[in-house]
Design a protein around this ligand. Structure first.
Ligand SMILES: Cc1cc2nc3c(=O)[nH]c(=O)nc-3n(C[C@H](O)[C@H](O)[C@H](O)COP(=O)(O)OP(=O)(O)OC[C@H]3O[C@@H](n4cnc5c(N)ncnc54)[C@H](O)[C@@H]3O)c2cc1C
Length: 471
């Protein structure tokens, strides 16, 4: 049930954003309710309409924030959505999952003395209530053939951008569903699959040929695609390779990487439990290790699978947690027990190869680096055991080496990420570009989209130049 229904709001009144989060229940339906139309209009009215809006520069894809907010102010959600869509092809997604507090909202002038305008929630309202001109189904473009590897935010964005300007774009996606992390990682209760499907459909309508179950590096190599006539290949395969802690006990039954845990739940529909079966072992007491969005998603998912006690173990303090503020607040409100300044050192065996506990050490913060991030230092003799039967490790991911090892002349850096020019995405291999997490390492949806957008422009330029050189 909606808690807040607020009339007119000015900068001095309590902003809508202060009244969130509104948690519906611990089920697999979407949890954050978003604004009603009236609330969105009221929140939009807080915008100061700055002459030089800093918020736009804070957005990696430069959405014209003041114009879409002005449209909402006037109750025109269709116009707001049209404005956003000229720069961002996934507004319903970004309105829900972007770390606005570190981007556009961080730059909002109102934030100096008050709460910044809730730009993210307004973007979501535009996507939820607005109707953009429905794209008419187009056939594939007539310009050069372009292959995109991976249908996550980066792949979908570049495919849409290049199809719009007439290129024949084909996406090769390894999984049976497009969306990347948006479908296999971020849970339904945070980002409904229907929203992603809708946004994927509108990209397909631009004439993009989307082929699923195509693992590049196995089904075809990058060189096979070149031989098949693709003039440019854009690699957007993400960074989905799990990292482990390398502590004793990680091979025990009941230990999952967050990626495996979330993929099984999301793709096997365990979020509809008990309506659907799931191959995940259900546990009553779970520890999730890590402090990012992935850890929050795993902890809250474990709760929804029926766990009675879920600990979140993080070696720094709450202040240093990289997860979105809203996810941390929601996790705490739902009952996740935060264990800050705690580092796991061993997973205990019950004698039959299953987890029976997690041995940890308490930490304190030591010297800080230039960015103000402080090193966690173990407190001697502070060992203790968390009584759990499942451990989910969410301490980050890395690049899957499949593409780099099957494409010998493609340079990668020491961590295995593809080396690509920051402005264009051009790699060491002629005609091959890359962007998103496969270049930067695990980052954000909007940064992957921003890289793809820049690369789309560079690819169009590259192809035009190649054509004129051939003539
Ligand atoms: C659980 C979780 C929660 C997150 N929460 C947030 C959040 O709240 N906000 C936020 O901004 N960011 C969040 N992130 C990070 C964000 O989702 C990623 O930064 C973003 O999805 C990267 O986009 P991408 O297109 O580069 O890669 P991905 O989304 O990883 O997509 C890559 C695609 O390539 C496919 N692929 C991989 N290898 C191959 C191959 N060999 N052949 C063909 N296809 C291949 C994959 O199946 C996948 O579909 C989260 C990440 C996770 C895991």
């Amino acid at each position: 049930m909606r808690i807040a229904a607020v009339a007119i709001i000015n900068p001095k009144q309590t902003p809508m954003s202060k009244q969130e989060p509104q948690i519906r229940s611990k089920n697999f339906n979407e949890v954050g309710l978003g604004y009603t139309k009236e609330e969105a209009i009221a929140e939009a009215k807080r915008c100061l309409k700055c002459k030089k809006p800093l918020c736009v520069a804070g957005c990696p894809v430069n959405v014209d924030i003041p114009t879409f907010i002005a449209a909402i102010m006037g109750g025109d959600f269709n116009k707001a959505l049209q404005v956003i869509k000229t720069k961002n092809s996934l507004p319903g997604v970004c309105g829900r999952v972007c770390p606005q507090e570190d981007q556009c909202e961080k730059k909002c002038i109102l934030g100096i003395k008050n709460e910044p305008v809730s730009i993210g929630r307004l973007e979501r309202a535009a996507a939820d209530f607005g109707q953009a001109d429905t794209p008419v189904q187009q056939t594939q473009g007539t310009k050069e053939k372009i292959a995109v590897v991976g249908a996550g935010p980066a792949g979908l964005t570049i495919a849409g951008d290049l199809a719009r300007i007439g290129y024949q774009v084909t996406i090769f996606e390894a999984l049976h569903k497009p969306g990347g992390v948006l479908v296999y990682g971020i849970p339904e209760f945070r980002l409904p699959k229907a929203i992603v499907e809708q946004e994927v459909e509108s990209i397909k309508k631009l004439g993009v040929d989307l082929r699923v179950d195509q693992l590049i590096g196995r089904t075809f190599t990058i060189d096979d695609l070149k031989k098949d006539g693709y003039k440019v290949i854009f690699i957007a395969s993400g960074a989905g390779f799990p990292k482990f802690m390398e502590i004793p006990g990680e091979n025990l039954n009941g230990v999952y990487s967050a990626n495996e845990f979330l993929t099984r739940v999301n793709l096997m529909k365990a979020y509809l439990f008990p309506g659907y079966d799931t191959p995940i072992k259900k546990a009553e007491k779970v520890a999730v290790i890590g402090g990012g969005n992935v850890a929050m998603d795993s902890a809250r998912t474990a709760l929804r699978l029926g766990a009675k006690k879920v600990f979140n173990v993080y070696r720094r303090s709450r202040k240093e947690m990289p997860a979105r503020l809203e996810e941390i607040e929601n996790a705490i409100e739902e009952g996740i027990q935060m264990e800050f300044l705690v580092n796991p050192i061993r997973i205990l065996d019950d004698g039959n190869g299953w987890v029976k506990g997690l041995e940890c050490l308490r930490m304190e913060l030591g010297a800080c680096d230039e960015s103000g991030r402080c090193r966690p230092v173990p407190i001697k003799g502070s060992e203790f055991i968390l009584d759990v039967e499942q451990v989910i490790i969410a301490i980050g991911t890395s690049a899957n080496p499949l593409i780099s090892t099957t494409t010998p002349d493609l340079k990668v850096n020491k961590w295995g990420y593809i080396e690509a020019n920051e402005a264009s995405g051009q790699t060491s291999k002629e005609g091959v570009f890359a962007g998103g997490d496969i270049v930067t390492g695990s980052a954000t949806v909007i940064s992957a989209m921003g890289a793809a957008r820049k690369s789309a422009e560079a690819i169009a330029e590259y192809l035009e130049k190649s054509k004129s050189e051939e003539q």
